[in-house]
Design a protein around this ligand. Structure first.
Ligand code: ZN
Length: 409
């Protein structure tokens, strides 16, 4: 029975995912279920994941490989878990996380240490003083069996879902205001990095993006959109596509970094652009970490061949865009240097997936280091946010002023 349960669950999930890659057809219920606690029991031979819920919900459970994960999707769940839940390592489960995956769609992602099968999944009704319970049983298997089950359950649509490297941009009148898309990183099920005191990257970058949006709108010169304006996850490709749909003239992805060694030494902002070869080891490691966002949130990653194709298309269209990205990056460095809050004046670059719109100048700004207690204080202070958002808004003005001076038509 194990195979068919997994196969059916995966088939259903993959089909849904291919129709609604990051949206959801499900309307949020007025009275969502509350997830109050979760735990892992058992050992490597049989590992059980249990979540306590205020009422029964419909779940969609499926497996993903590379890395090994179990994804649990439910229409609407309000997570009120105790602090520290998800860090316990037991049996096949190395960690888990939870949060909104899309509006009205909750997700739990379990990280699994090796090839596995979903042996059983069920949701028990609440009874007497017992809460409703979601139960998932996992058993180990070999790599070939795992891959065979995944393949068996995959729909043809999902297999051909290559990244749309050259999505059609919206057509806008020539005299329209330039569109700036701000992209607060992470969100929902993916908190990003966090400080020792528990401040998460997803909160810090959303606050900053909102402040910057307000500054830009106050000039009356731009149309500004956020890729997310609440604690919801959005896949990296979805962020790029949103910028393309809005006809963005500029895309700024906003993050905060973490430097585990010498936590007091790494401080200040760093500006990154896209490149095939990373400028240095630190940039390479950072891009790998930021690109892992999709994997953390349980998004199926494009295959290597999709990536190669996307890279070829990007290469053809991107040289001019790349020059503009570097111009914008220099402008940010110039403005932030005046505020004394830069980690380095050097422009760094690496293969950031979120910067891959071939037609939109795109820059990634790491605001500072949540690992550094002084940076953490700055990142959460209204005065710092206001000042820094003003500097970045200024750098956007400088960028567009140069563009318009060079090419008035
Ligand atoms: Zn980040």
């Amino acid at each position: 029975m194990t195979g068919s349960v997994l196969a059916r669950a995966v088939a259903c999930a993959v089909l849904l995912a291919s129709i609604y890659p990051y949206g959801s057809p499900v309307k949020a219920e007025s009275n969502p279920a509350v997830a109050k606690d979760a735990r892992v029991a058992g050992d490597r031979e049989r590992t059980r994941f249990i979540a306590d819920l205020s009422k029964k919900v419909d779940v969609n459970v499926f497996a993903l490989g590379n890395p090994y994960r179990v994804i649990v999707d439910a229409p609407d769940v309000n997570f009120q878990m105790p602090d520290g839940v998800g860090k316990e390592k037991r049996g096949l489960v190395t960690a888990y996380r939870y949060g909104l995956f899309a509006p009205g769609k909750a997700r739990i992602v379990l990280d699994i240490s090796g090839p596995f099968l979903i042996d059983k999944t069920f949701v028990l009704e609440a009874r007497d003083d017992q809460p409703a319970r979601l139960v998932i049983d996992l058993v180990p298997t070999d790599e070939n069996t795992f891959l065979a089950k995944l393949k068996e359950s995959r729909s043809p649509q999902a297999a051909s879902a290559a990244p749309s490297a050259l999505a059609q941009a919206s057509s806008r009148p020539a005299d329209a205001k330039p569109v700036v898309v701000l992209d607060p990183g992470h969100g929902g099920v993916d908190p990003g990095t966090s400080s020792a005191t528990g401040i998460t990257e997803k909160e810090v970058v959303l606050d900053f993006a909102r402040a910057l949006k307000a500054k830009l709108e106050a000039t009356g010169r731009y149309e500004v959109f956020l890729t997310r304006d609440d604690d919801t996850f959005l896949p990296l490709r979805g962020r790029v596509e949103l910028a393309q749909k809005k006809g963005a003239g500029l895309f700024l992805s906003i993050h905060a970094d973490y430097f585990p060694k010498q936590t007091d030494k790494a401080t200040g902002a760093t500006v990154y652009t896209l490149s095939e070869e990373a400028s240095d080891e630190e940039a390479k490691a950072l891009a790998a970490k930021e690109n892992f966002s999709d994997a953390l949130a349980g998004v199926e990653l494009p295959s290597d061949s999709d990536e190669v194709l996307a890279n070829i298309l990007i290469d053809l269209a991107q040289r001019e865009t790349q020059n503009r990205s570097v111009t914008f990056a220099r402008s940010i460095v110039g403005e932030l240097a005046g505020k004394g809050s830069l980690h380095t004046r050097k422009l760094r670059s690496a293969g950031f997936r979120v910067l891959k719109a071939p037609d939109i100048p795109s820059v990634l700004l790491e605001l500072g280091f949540l690992s550094n207690p002084d940076d953490e204080k700055r990142l959460t202070s209204d005065a710092w946010r206001d000042n820094t958002a003003a500097a970045v808004a200024e750098s956007i003005d400088v960028y567009f002023a140069k563009r318009i001076a060079r090419n008035p038509y």
